[in-house]
Write a protein that binds this ligand. Structure first.
Ligand code: FA5
Length: 344
């Protein structure tokens, strides 16, 4: 081996032996083997060598590099092991401590109920389109037959977006009705679940951000009887049994007639309890026959096409199913709460 090479090898091995720790070793490794290191620098001598000696010289430099590389890695491994052993001796080690456990995620109860409802409706031939949460004033209000001066706007105040146009965070999933009528050729049936927002005085049963599922069916002959049948089917699938329901008149500008659908209280079976405020009934979902003005906004002739629609509050349904007494826990982000429900 070339004299210079031998010298460098001895020098490198000595530096390795003297390096006090892993960091010092790594520094030495760079000093000898880095791009601008001493061993790499040997190659600069190539042009001064006789042409026939160059190939073997290059080969030897490479072999030296590989040899030292392996020696450095071994030295690093030994230092690492030694420092670990020292730490174990001085800091103590408790082999009975439990290891780190990988937490497993789970589907949020809201998503679970939403998926179940989607499955029920898809099996009945419904489509599930997705509509924007940042909605235009037109689709959220005007198209739903709620003009600017209508008092119903006060009931659904919301978060307005700055910038051009009149945009807001949708207050309900109802704007999807006119969007769907413009998108799909009738007859059709669709549900559109999603997040909605209201500028709301938040309490145990009111959130500013909550989830609804809107249902819409457009066909030639649609009656309240169709609506009741579909709602009963939905409730049977959700609650896994036949539910006793009643309809009360309810006012919503986008349906005529409009109803509040109540179910017989699942806790007291109608006898009266705190959950149903001693009435025996729990308000579940508003629904009705689609108002002709809304059908017209959808680009359809209300003399030919009729429809029913409902708007189910998903968050409240989750509360009923899991016995949650404060809606703010659902999206509160407390993992201890979410973990309990995801196991049910
Ligand atoms: C509506 O939003 C209508 N768009 C529903 C509708 C659709 C009626 C189609 C007729 C035909 P309402 O404001 O009542 O209606 O809200 C519907 C459901 O959303 C309520 O029954 C309730 O379950 C839920 N909800 C309303 N406000 C809140 C809130 N602040 N927090 C949580 N859930 C709410």
């Amino acid at each position: 081996m070339h004299d210079k090479m031998n010298e460098l090898k001895t020098e490198a091995l000595a530096a390795m032996a003297q390096a006090p720790d892993e960091t010092a070793l790594r520094d030495q490794q760079v000093r000898f083997l880095g791009k601008k290191g001493l061993v790499t620098g040997l190659m600069k001598e190539l042009p001064s060598l006789a042409p026939e000696a160059r190939a073997s010289f290059g080969k030897e430099v490479n072999e030296l590099k590989q040899e030292l590389e392996a020696a450095f890695e071994e030295a690093v491994r030994q230092r690492h092991h030694a420092s670990l052993m020292k730490a174990l001796e001085t800091e103590g080690f408790d082999p009975t401590l439990p290891g780190l456990r990988q937490e497993q995620g789970a589907i949020h109860p809201l998503s679970k109920i939403q998926e179940e409802i989607e499955d029920v409706f898809v099996s009945m031939g419904f489509i599930v389109p997705d509509y924007p949460e940042a909605e235009s004033e037109f689709f959220n209000f005007e198209a739903a037959n709620i003009p600017a001066t209508h008092p119903a706007r006060d009931m659904q105040d919301t978060f307005w977006l700055e910038g051009p146009g009149s945009y807001l965070l949708r207050t309900h999933t109802t704007p999807g009705q006119v969007r769907a009528m413009r998108e799909f050729k009738p007859p059709f049936k669709a549900i559109f679940p999603g997040k909605v927002y209201r500028y709301e005085a938040v309490d145990a049963s009111h959130e500013h951000t909550f989830h609804q599922v809107e249902g819409l069916l457009i066909d030639r002959d649609v009656s309240v009887a169709n609506l009741i049948h579909s709602m009963k089917t939905l409730l049977r699938e959700i609650f896994k049994r036949d539910m006793t329901i009643r309809l009360r008149p309810g006012y919503f500008p986008f349906v005529e007639p409009g109803f509040e659908l109540d179910i017989r209280c699942t806790v007291c079976e109608g006898a009266g309890c705190p959950v149903c405020k001693h009435s025996g009934w729990v308000e579940l979902l508003p629904c009705g026959l689609v108002h002709p003005a809304v059908i017209r906004h959808g680009g359809l002739d209300p003399e030919v096409w009729k429809g029913w629609a409902f708007g189910l509050g998903l968050s409240r349904l989750v509360m009923m199913r899991y016995g949650i007494n404060d809606i703010r826990q659902i999206l509160g982000g407390d993992l201890r709460f979410a973990a309990q429900l995801s196991r049910i």
